[in-house]
Design a protein around this ligand. Structure first.
Ligand SMILES: Cc1ncc(COP(=O)(O)O)c(C=O)c1O
Length: 411
């Protein structure tokens, strides 16, 4: 009997699973783990959105199969959002599709457009579906680093990108980008998108932009959309997500918008795979998208306060973490004293010695080593508690490190 499956063997074992297993063990032993590990938004979905779902679910007609590409009212609400937020005009019939979360959209678009062996240019470090959506689809990857000395350097990025586009054979078919970035939290400028669209047009390559953190930003400049670049629709699609913007992660609702060829490809593949999200979810999502900006501002405000508390309290504990400009994460360099452990062992050490769970940077790709990702998914009180725990670990660093000098941090 066949027991080795090509697609499955191409997927590496999940680095995060190792930390999660350890986390579960410590919890079973009674430890109160402060969990910054997963990017699982913990803020309650606003009650008017929940009420809309309840109101709609009482209508038996909504219990039928829904529409795979999203009901008209939802696609129209997304078009209005893009008009208001980015001054980008979208045709809800041809340029918008609802997805079961942006992750599903990314994975199925990868499946729709990738021939076996097609080369895709993906950021590194990155959110895992960016590379692995294409690995599952049978593609090959070329990683483009998005960090140099802990920063995103647009010029460096273009140097590597244009070199890759010139020399790689077969010629890449798509470029994946995602700003604000999970995990690095870095943002990009509209000028970056202008240059990227130019390069994509010259090289006849698609751009898939993941804008999941469009609304989770803390500075004065909201993150731009690639579709703000005139003519971008001829080469680009963009993904957005209700999960972060409206704190609706479990509802599984996102969108792809932009190039109509790519939207049609995604629509076709999805029409074979799903019947769309449950209609009451779509109706509630449309009400969220059409709501007063205060809904989004509230979510943003909570993350901002947590960010400030984290950066401030960890700094006092001796851990200098750059203040993230956007996203619901901090991207923290491993403190010098612990650097030689690497991000996986350092994450295990924090679990064991400080009852804190973080995501090791190596789980996001080789260029993520030397960092850990801290999710802003615990309240301010618990963030301060975490900083106190970290301080105790740092104070006892020499003793702790000597205990581990022989190797693995496990039990
Ligand atoms: C960059 C990025 N894209 C997409 C997603 C997935 O979001 P969704 O819940 O819409 O599938 C995440 C979730 O963490 C993310 O960080």
């Amino acid at each position: 009997m066949k027991t080795e499956f090509h697609r499955i063997t191409r997927l590496p074992s999940y680095v995060f699973a190792e930390v999660n297993k350890l986390k579960a063990e410590y919890r079973d032993q009674g430890h109160d783990i402060i969990d910054f590990g997963m990017g699982n938004p913990d803020i309650n979905t606003e009650s008017f959105i929940v009420d809309k779902l309840i109101e709609t679910v009482k209508k038996p007609k909504t219990h039928r199969y829904s529409v795979s590409r999203g009901i008209k009212g939802l696609r129209k609400a997304q078009a209005d959002y893009y008009g208001r937020r980015f001054s980008v005009k979208l045709d809800p019939e041809k340029e918008i599709i609802a997805t079961l979360g942006s992750k599903e959209g990314l994975a199925n678009l990868a499946m729709a457009i990738t021939d076996p062996g097609d080369v895709i240019l993906v950021p590194n470090p990155s959110y895992p579906i960016h590379p692995y959506g294409f690995i599952i689809a049978g593609g090959s990857l070329r990683h483009v680093p998005t960090l140099s000395n802990g920063q995103f350097d647009e010029d460096e990025y273009f140097k590597t990108l244009t070199r890759s586009l010139k020399h790689i054979s077969p010629k890449p078919v798509a470029i994946v980008i995602s700003f604000p970035s999970n995990p690095t939290t870095k943002t990009c400028t509209l000028k970056f998108y202008e240059e990227l669209v130019k390069v994509a047009k010259q090289n006849e390559v698609w751009i898939l932009s993941d804008l999941a953190y469009a609304e989770i930003y803390f500075g004065d400049n909201p993150p731009p959309s690639i579709l703000q670049v005139p003519g971008a629709k001829s080469v680009a699609v963009e993904f957005t997500s209700m999960s972060k913007t409206f704190s609706m992660p479990g509802w599984r609702m996102g969108f792809a918008v932009g190039n109509e060829i790519l939207i049609a490809a995604l629509e076709k593949i999805k029409s074979y795979l799903d019947y769309g999200a449950f209609t009451p979810i779509q109706v509630a999502a449309a009400s969220a998208l059409s709501s007063n900006p205060s809904t989004i501002e509230k979510v943003r405000g909570i993350y901002k306060k947590r960010r400030d508390t984290l950066v401030d309290s960890m700094s006092k504990a001796g851990w200098k973490i750059p203040s993230p400009e956007a996203t619901m994460f901090a991207w923290a360099p491993i403190p010098e004293k612990f650097k030689s452990l690497g991000s996986l062992q350092f994450s295990k050490l924090l679990l064991k010695e400080a009852d804190i769970s973080v995501a090791p940077g190596i789980g996001f790709g080789e260029y993520g080593e030397n960092f850990v990702r801290i999710g802003l998914v615990e309240n301010e009180h618990r963030i301060r508690q975490a900083a106190r725990n970290v301080k105790s670990v740092f104070t006892a660093a020499d003793r702790i490190l000597s205990e581990y000098s022989s190797g693995e941090i496990d039990h």
